[in-house]
Write a protein of this length. Sequence first.
Length: 163
Amino acid sequence: MKKEVLALATGIALLPPLWAVLSGHFGVTCGAVALICAGIYVTNGNKAEDGVKISLGFLLSDLMAVVAMWCMENLPFGADLNTFVTLAVIGFVAVVFASAFEKWIFLPAVLCGWAIGLTVMGPVGTAGMGTLPIQIAVAMLAGVWYVGWGVDAFCKLLLKGGK
């Protein structure tokens, strides 16, 4: 087996489980969000130089999810039409906005993060979301920087030490 695979397997075996255990101890009830967000970071090629724009994309998406939740609950058109109009308008604006500012915002993070936010907050609605948007934001950033960048750095360190 290749040493790169073993290094990655070791990094994945140690860092994400540590996050899973610790995140709940400081109030993050949606710790698994970090794993999804790390996937976006890794899919982008583990590019640390894109970490900030991926992070900004996730943070924007968290805000978008809160706004979408409010709109879906408060527009006067009925549940199905509220959902359709909200998702259509916010989705359109998000793509145009992120594309206009692609130097600072990573569109895949926006779209993935928006789905994460709606999935996590949807069942509780705006009345029950409490600190969920903050917890989601923390988990998103942990996904990019601790799990994504951290596992990559850990692997590089292991491989460098093994040469």
